[in-house]
Design a protein around this ligand. Structure first.
Ligand code: GDD
Length: 316
């Protein structure tokens, strides 16, 4: 069986590649761009097949699909950092939406029956009223950033290509996820990296933060990639599934957890540049539909994830 991971060089892509290789019997392919950094997949390079592909270019995508002929496609490549989407809304929309359309069109035109997972996001729910939590898939989508809008578009394109052409698309709305290799812009990694640098004496004992009042539902990336596998194995084509832990942490509580793992005395300072034009206040997911369909449950406790993340930055 052949699996293609778009964005294999990224945080989730590298964990998914490890997971698929450990399963055995799966030929793992991945796409990367010329400017992609290879450090997360260096240790896998001899076991995987890499194709340079610009997803925004229909020709490039068509060539890759033609040569790989994947049975499974995990479409992870995206501009995934919310603040960047305010600085570069057009780039975010074009990258995330056109990239996926090119992938769908290549599969459709070549008459392949690939099963395709598209990585949608809990950010699509956006403005959520307190009485709407835990959030179910039926909740209205009220996106609050260009990134969220790009994910709504990806999500509905998945629905539309399934309805119009019968493409085997599974849409996962994944809530926040973290763990070793998480990009340093994202909150868990950013705080963990700052703490590791303070421990090493590389910066003064002051941690810079943004909005600590938001609440997020975190799942370990290693549980998420197992969910992605199960989604293609057991998910219903055309359907959308929440992937979530069912517990939300205030960002301030997540910070306190990290600080308690360090033991250093660290001052907290708000950096206004880290505040957003609009921030999603609470994301707390109900993954009941996915659990019933696939038997998936998150297994790694949040404290373990955060310890592993801090140790990752201590070793970097
Ligand atoms: N990045 C960052 N840096 N966020 C901070 C900081 C900081 O210094 N301080 C507080 N925050 C708050 C943000 O305002 C937000 O409320 C929360 O921490 C999480 O921020 P991020 O880690 O940047 O993630 P996100 O929730 O905006 O988006 C992530 O989750 C989505 C799923 O819900 C990303 O991984 C998306 O790609 C993903 O789709």
């Amino acid at each position: 069986m052949k699996a293609l991971i778009t964005g294999i060089t990224g945080f989730v892509g590298s964990h998914l590649a490890e997971y698929l290789l450990a399963k055995g019997q799966i030929e793992v392919h991945g796409s990367y761009r010329l400017r992609s950094r290879m450090n997360h997949i260096q240790h896998l390079q001899s076991s995987i097949h890499l194709t340079e592909c610009e997803l925004k270019d229909p020709h490039s995508v068509s060539q890759m699909i033609q040569s790989v002929q994947p049975d499974l496609i995990f479409h992870l490549a995206a501009q995934s950092f919310v603040p960047t989407s305010w600085n570069s809304p057009t780039e975010t929309l074009v990258n995330n939406i056109a990239g996926q359309v090119n992938l769908f069109e290549a599969v459709r035109k070549q008459g392949l029956s690939s099963k395709i997972l598209i990585a949608c996001s809990s950010e699509e729910y956006g403005l959520v009223h307190p009485e709407e939590t835990p959030i179910k898939e039926t909740n209205p989508l009220r996106p609050l950033s260009p990134y969220a809008v790009s994910k709504v578009a990806q999500d509905y394109l998945g629905y539309q290509y399934h309805e119009s052409y019968g493409l085997h698309v599974i849409r996962t709305r994944t809530f926040n996820h973290t763990g070793p290799r998480r990009g340093e812009n994202f909150v868990t990694s950013n705080f963990a990296k700052q703490i590791a640098e303070i421990e090493l004496g590389l910066r003064p004992p002051v941690i810079h933060v943004g909005n600590l009042e938001a609440k997020r539902d975190f799942t370990d990336v290693r549980d998420v990639v197992r969910a992605y596998w199960l989604a293609l194995e057991k998910g219903e084509p055309g359907e959308t599934y929440n992937i979530a832990s069912g517990t939300a942490y205030k960002i301030s509580d997540m910070l306190q957890l990290l600080l308690s793992l360090s033991g250093h005395s660290i001052k907290i300072e708000t950096d206004p540049a880290r505040l957003r034009p609009s921030d999603v206040e609470i994301l707390l997911g109900d993954a009941g539909k996915f659990s019933t369909q696939t038997g998936w449950r998150p297994e790694i406790p949040f404290e373990t994830t955060m310890k592993d993340l801090l140790n990752y930055w201590r070793a970097e």
